[in-house]
Design a protein around this ligand. Structure first.
Ligand code: GCW
Length: 660
């Protein structure tokens, strides 16, 4: 039976799968060959498109006709996810050997639109570069008193959880799974890595709720994962210890895991934040992170499950006067000595930068330093530090830089991420999914970069535009590029300068507060005084962080003369008069970029206003309203940062602009 396409609730935005995106497929004759759950999903998609656009779909016919499109499951081995696509004699043929491959092949044809049915082309083979393309949802089941329902969520409540339990109606989750499949995502963790009391129980007596979610995601090729508490044997099992080498503890996890797989046979595995920001972990028992991860890896191993063990481990109770402790060093210092000790199904999940998803950070040196460990790279799709989905900040270009970065000549970050690419989701129950409608572009781009880390982000954006706004006139597409392409750099311009990061309001992290975290225990300082600003992370005179890189990066970052401008204050403390490679002084750069950043937001707002006739009114209005806030906030950032540094340095703007 073909699986019916999910029905969106009234008012929910179709995002990048509006009905019109299926026009080309829906107007044609399609043959689908093969069986299995995902073939039914594919059939349901094509059938719905045909109902709308007058085409016809048949199943497994040996029959008469000629077909415009043949979707063929079976044949040579392309793995579970690969597919080929060719066009000859008026027929476009997709072949796949796994159900997911067939589904991805269909979405490929949908993306191509009319072009899929024009001319003739030789066979192309498509396979994802990374096997695991995952979203982590930082969703709480119960609303957390400080963090709310979705930690760092800017798009309303949770898609999965409502009133303290899994939603009874999971139709919207089904629609979400469909959107994710269309950009290539194949795994999802349904709860926050900070595992509170109610959420801990999802592992045991509440696993049925997770299973219900897994059931609706499965037909879209998505495996479900769960964040668990390392202390579960104590808090749920009543054991006196959670020591990973204790036999009773190991037995407890084995039994809990057996029940999980009973409920969810294709369960993906556990995500663990241990010994981090107050979460329990193996340190309490004098054990290593490899001991902890391997114990859980053993529990899920026989079921083909994976443990995602996060490397976000640092001292969050630092004394700001202590200049020897450097949070940027922490992940490397903790984990590099453990290289080679992790089980094959234990993946170390590393944030892309050494700190915490700032608008500009160097690529984490840890990613280049653990060749004998399976690593997953974690990106933050949710815009915690990049405007919280009130600002336009399309993150494709930043992620692309990260994924193409090479620690050494042999491989890029995208190639080192053998354990996958993981994004912290920016989605909630908001009608536009992501709060800011244009933030959908980041989510889509994340999926496509996980499929192909060396993809050109601008081309991915073209895909997103083509799907989301089918048959968009050139003026709309140009306008969207104008407001999105440079938005990350614009955001960088009006916020914390030259890679120094932070300067946000403590707690919620929205809006400027230059010294908000300066004397706090979190290890996030800029060290501005009357003479200069920045953190000395050199080996010669600083914290030594620069030495965690291999050559040539270690040498390049070591000296302010060779360090790239955009990271200068991450690596060095320099006087305000220090000359950048751009030819400007640091202080003048700060003034100029902050004025420019605001001007760029004004311009983007103007461009958007001019697109009103080409975008549906609700979406246009939502973005327009957010531009007002972005502009207000950008001006606030400009004024706070410029005034702060003017007062500290006493150096006037050489262009004499007004600084308060
Ligand atoms: O980015 C920070 C956030 C925390 C988050 C933590 C983490 C889930 O401020 O809210 O906790 O990182 O990645 O674990």
């Amino acid at each position: 039976m073909p699986l019916p396409v999910p029905v969106l609730p009234e008012g929910a935005d179709p995002a990048w799968l509006p009905p019109a995106a299926f026009r080309a497929v829906g107007g044609r004759r399609t043959l689908i060959r093969g069986s299995g759950a995902l073939a039914e999903t594919v059939h349901g998609e094509v059938a719905q498109a045909c109902r709308r656009f007058g085409g016809r779909v048949v199943r497994d016919a040996v029959s008469d006709g000629t077909y415009d499109l043949v979707l063929d499951l079976g044949g040579e081995s392309l793995g579970e996810e690969g597919f080929t696509c060719a066009r000859d004699g008026g027929t476009t043929a997709v072949t796949a050997s796994g159900g997911r491959g067939l589904l991805y092949g269909l979405f490929h044809v949908v993306r191509l639109g009319e072009a899929a049915f024009a001319g003739a082309w030789t066979r192309e083979t498509h396979r994802p570069a990374l096997d695991l393309r995952m979203l982590d949802h930082w969703d709480n089941v119960a609303v957390h008193p400080v963090m709310g329902q979705v930690e760092r969520g800017y798009a309303g409540g949770s898609l999965f959880w409502e009133d303290g339990r899994a939603r009874g109606d999971l139709e919207r989750v089904r629609a979400y799974g469909r959107l994710l499949a269309a950009c290539g995502i194949n795994a999802l963790a349904v709860n926050n890595v900070n595992v509170h009391a109610a959420e801990a129980r999802l592992l045991t007596d509440r696993i049925g709720e997770v299973a219900a979610i897994a059931d609706v995601l499965r037909p879209y090729g998505i495996r479900t994962h769960l964040s668990v508490s390392f202390a579960a044997p104590v808090v749920l099992g009543g054991l006196p210890t959670a020591d990973p080498l204790d036999e009773a503890v190991r037995g407890w996890w084995a039994e809990a895991t057996r029940r999980v797989y009973e409920a969810i046979p294709d369960f993906g595995g556990y995500v663990v934040k241990a010994d981090s920001e107050g979460q329990p972990g193996p340190f309490a028992y004098g054990r290593s992170h490899a001991d902890g991860a391997n114990m859980l890896a053993a529990a899920v191993g026989q079921y083909d499950g994976t443990v995602h063990w996060r490397a976000f481990v640092y001292d969050h109770r630092q004394d700001w006067r202590d200049r020897t402790t450097d949070r940027a060093r922490a992940a490397y210092d903790h984990f590099v000595p453990l290289d080679g000790e992790f089980a094959p199904n234990a993946v170390l999940q590393v944030k892309h930068g050494p700190m915490d998803f700032q608008v500009r950070e160097p690529v984490s040196p840890l990613i280049g330093a653990m060749p004998r460990t399976r690593l997953a790279v974690e990106l933050q799709v949710t815009q915690e530090y990049t405007g919280q989905q009130r600002h336009v900040c399309w993150l494709g270009p930043m992620w692309s830089e990260v994924l193409r970065f090479r620690h050494g000549p042999e491989s890029s970050v995208g190639e080192r991420a053998r354990g996958g690419l993981v994004g912290v989701s920016n989605v909630g129950d908001d009608p536009f999914w992501t709060g800011h409608p244009l933030a959908q572009a980041s989510l889509y781009t994340f999926g496509r970069l996980a499929w192909r880390p060396d993809a050109e982000p601008r081309e991915v954006l073209d895909e997103w535009i083509g799907l989301t706004f089918p048959e968009a006139p050139e003026r709309l597409s140009d306008g969207l590029h104008a407001v999105l392409d440079g938005s990350w750099r614009t955001y960088e311009k009006y916020t914390a300068p030259l890679g120094v990061g932070w300067m946000v309001q403590p707690g919620h992290h929205y809006g400027p507060s230059v010294d908000g975290y300066e004397y706090s225990p979190w290890g996030t300082y800029h060290f501005a005084d009357r003479d200069g600003v920045g953190v000395d992370r050199s080996v010669a005179t600083g914290t030594g962080y620069a030495g965690q890189y291999a050559k040539p990066w270690a040498e390049l970052y070591e000296s302010p003369d060779t360090c790239p401008d955009e990271l200068l204050l991450f690596f060095h403390h320099v006087p305000y008069g220090h000359l950048l490679k751009s030819g400007k002084t640091v202080i003048q750069h700060i003034y100029d970029t902050h004025f420019e950043g605001v001007e760029e937001v004004e311009e983007a707002r103007r461009v958007w206003a001019g697109l009103a006739d080409l975008v549906d009114p609700a979406r246009h209005a939502r973005v327009a309203e957010r531009y007002e806030e972005q502009l207000r906030s950008a001006r606030e950032w400009r004024d706070q940062i410029n005034s702060y540094f003017f007062r500290k340095s006493g150096v006037p703007d050489e262009r004499g602009r007004r600084i308060h």
